[in-house]
Design a protein around this ligand. Sequence first.
Ligand code: SF4
Length: 625
Amino acid sequence: MARVRLLLVNPRYPESFWSFRWAVERVLPRAKRTINPPLGLATLAALCPPDWEVTIVDENVEPLPLDPQADLVGVCGMGVQFRRQRALLEYYRRRGYPVVAGGSYASLCPEHYAAHADTVVAGEAEYIWPAFCRDFEADVARPLYRETGAVRLEDSPTPRFDLLKLDRYTTATLQFSRGCPYRCEFCDIIVMFGRKPRYKTVAQVGRELDALRALGVRNAFFVDDNLIGHKAVAKDLLRYIADYQAAHGRPFDFGTEASLNLAHDEELLALFRDAGFGWVFIGIESPDPATLRATRKHQNTQENPIESVRRIYAHGIDVLAGFIVGFDQDTPETFDVQHEFIVRSGIQAAMVGLLTALPHTPLHERLRAEGRLRTDIDAGNNTRLATNVVPLGMPYETMIERYRVLYRRLVSDAGIARRIRNKLAHMPAPVSRGEYTAAQRAGIVARLVFRGVLPGGWPRIRAFAHSLPWLEPRKLPLAISDWIAGLAMRDYVERRFGLRRTAGPRRVRRWTRAVERAAARYVRAGAVGVELAPDRARLALHLNGLVDGDFFRRTARPIDRMLRRTPTTLALHVEGLRESALPEIRRWLERLARHGDRVSVFVAERWRAALPVDSSVFDVVLEPE
Ligand code: SF4
């Protein structure tokens, strides 16, 4: 068989807290488009036969190729990407490409992909992906390749970092271990990777660091689900990294995920600091020991978690944390307890989620047996204000409402400022130095002030000024980055939890009338179809032909305002337009780009070359709705 051209695609994520969209779009340097690159695809690329020509496209940072020069298309995905992953698999398959599905959700639920892909690769890829590649070349690929044993991570190659556009991400990623010794009831990690942690060698890590350093990476995230699953092994790694940093002029700022018992080992904390780990994400879940014991998170119950968090701060390491509400012990009062804990602990990136039962986890099995699973809610999508768990200690609607209120309090100006003060009081000298130049830092601060602080008026200006450590300038970058994180979360909460003040019905009517007036003569001529949902939640424009530039000039402003001031979504369906209107529609789309996640665009095949639409900006619809 001739040399195989493989396209690997990471589907677009629905927006979540982790997107930090406001920060990426409004504050950070323009080149940055999202947070982390798809490490799994870079690893798959390294596992391909050496003569294969592999391209990686991440739909979150670049346009999707609609007619790629490829012999095979692979699409990966987590649960939250499943809908888009399925749509991409079906699209490429319809166009005649053989398609293969993989990723964490395919590993957990391969049965969900059988109808959408020619082959499903389920489980760790190190052995089964090369087997699939061999079979594909021999034209005998099977529908399912499933890893059922334990992969030795010594057999994992250095990922093809060079195939990722790393300058478009805030943080590069690498992995040292898989598996976690603990047994939290809700966790799918131990279902996928097991409870016996497995490791790469430090020499492998060294090669990966060499590769990242050669590509100019400064921020790197060890994506291990628990880097300290085996403390002695973790210490060896950290000593190696500290030596590596010293030998190469401390090129990296690191972050990782670890369990809270990190705080109980002074030597480990000192090694984290010496190796250049500036932050750690910890699943704290709940400050209530009874809840933690019930969910089998015993490792978090050894002391008051506030003490643990402060001990980590004392070593200059920032803490990002996950929290869960909706456990069986939780009541409406739990939300106040969580709020109090998060504020006192000073954790700014506090990711509070509703307890969700992921397929094949012990929690899922238990709740199914108890008849407490909602089947109308997609468990894979944790970005919505909903969960598939029926709570025990309060009505479902109460839980959702209290959750909404909890976030509203956390992202208030006072809430952001109090957490910064509470954190900095316990952090003498942050480890992180940041990757930006002095000029970039000045630009970031200016954009934060003009786009984030000043628009909040005097209350926010005061809260901002009072939270900054004026007499300890080395702590300033952390306070600034916490304000950026806090305001990005606030922006998300306001838009997604319906907390943003929106325009009244009179103004909405005025804008919709302006759109209808601008469209009237095209509608009469049958060139444009306009549909506005009765509740004005969705505007659909169908361009069928003979649409000229004037249409876009006249509709740009009212549509922009409507999207800016209301939660309305826009669906644009382009079947036809005048050739001369192309520059205007391109400008029109540029103007609407800031609302991209609420704008879906379908462009008929014959216009796609002339009117490419960036799927990392808009929701690009692949088939007519
Ligand atoms: S500590 Fe984290 S990775 Fe380990 S079992 Fe618990 S939730 Fe899963």
